[in-house]
Design a protein around this ligand. Structure first.
Ligand code: PEP
Ligand code: MG
Length: 323
């Protein structure tokens, strides 16, 4: 860490010519909020609620979840808080919600698929989120959306919960709905999805594994996990254009968001928000401030035409040399 970065502590994130990019924090619990604020987060870009479930020996009740969400929202005041609904399955399992062994867990019963199949479980979380909505700037996000039908079913369920709460005389304030773009089908169909949500957050960890059909946990195929590959960058570029054509914002909350090299690339591709481990925020804020948005655009557009991960990687290294 350098003294230089500390100068960026309580400042918003801008490129040299004042193009705004929001830097959010990825968190796993309310306890992470104070550190995120200390590091200068401009919101929570991803709250992985599965940790709340994983720490518990039984299904967390509505009241318990409500208090946790309320806590995070109130601590963040009017800053954006993106709360992702339960994303288990794949490599994460709950003892009290067993998933039968699967041949391909990452292609199987996980995330929103599981929530939609167990609506009683899902509704507890949705009701808790809606009840917490008056306490801050709530953004609800669904993980692993593959089809419009899934999104519509999730939104209908949210409406159903809202109606229940209205009948019970429980206040629900306005909130935003978004999806993770982390399945290639959703990436390719982003323009259509963009008409039905308020925001996108690109989950590059999963998106990369699915683009290359290479398990992100499998060492034998880790050479195929290529974040700088032009296929990844072109896919991201298309998602960003789709979002902007429908006037919604788009962020990245996978590891790429907090990696200095890819953060510059993503900024040049037009990303509106990057969400990351809080300790990376100051460095990325400093870096983004060293370039104008046009410099970043020219640089990023060039990478779209390169052919391999290594070519892009070396091109970026060259670009940031001396910074
Ligand atoms: C992602 O897939 O990039 C992401 C942010 O979600 P997770 O790492 O929790 O799957
Ligand atoms: Mg993911």
């Amino acid at each position: 860490r350098t003294e230089l970065w500390n100068l960026y502590k309580n400042k918003p994130t801008y490129t040299k010519d004042l193009h705004k990019i929001d830097l959010g924090a990825n968190i796993g619990a309310p306890n992470d909020v104070s550190n995120a604020l200390l590091e200068g987060a401009e919101g929570v870009g991803l709250y992985r609620t599965e940790f709340l479930y994983m720490q518990s020996l039984s299904m967390p009740k509505e009241e318990e979840q409500y208090l946790v969400y309320k806590d995070v929202l109130s601590k963040m005041k009017d800053q954006k808080v993106v709360i992702r609904t339960l994303d288990v399955g794949g490599d994460k399992n709950l003892l009290y919600l067993p998933v039968k062994d699967e041949l391909n867990p990452f292609l199987g019963y996980r995330a929103l698929r599981l929530s939609l199949a167990q609506k009683d479980v899902f509704k507890v979380q949705l009701r808790a989120l809606l009840k917490a909505s008056p306490y801050g700037n709530l953004h609800i996000m669904f993980p692993m959306v593959s089809t419009l039908d899934e999104l519509r079913e999730a939104k209908a369920l949210l409406k159903e919960c809202e109606e229940e709460l209205r009948v019970e005389n429980i206040k629900v304030a306005s909130y935003k709905i978004g999806i993770m773009i982390e399945v290639p089908a959703a990436a390719l169909f982003a323009k259509t999805f963009a008409k039905e949500v308020d925001f996108f957050s690109i989950g590059t960890n999963d998106l990369i594994q699915y683009l290359f059909a290479a398990d992100r946990m499998n060492q034998n195929v880790s050479y195929l996990y290529q974040p700088y590959h032009p296929v990844v960058l072109n896919t991201i570029k298309n998602i960003i254009e789709a979002a902007h054509s429908e006037n919604i914002w788009v962020g990245v909350c996978g590891e790429m968001g907090g990696d200095p090299k890819s953060a510059l690339l993503l900024a040049g591709l037009g990303i509106d928000e990057l969400s990351m481990n809080a300790h990376s925020i100051l460095e990325i804020r400093y870096l983004l401030n060293q370039f104008t948005i046009d410099e970043l655009k020219t640089f990023s557009n060039k990478t779209l035409e390169l052919e391999t991960n290594d070519e892009v990687y070396h091109y970026i290294k060259q670009f940031i040399k001396g910074i």
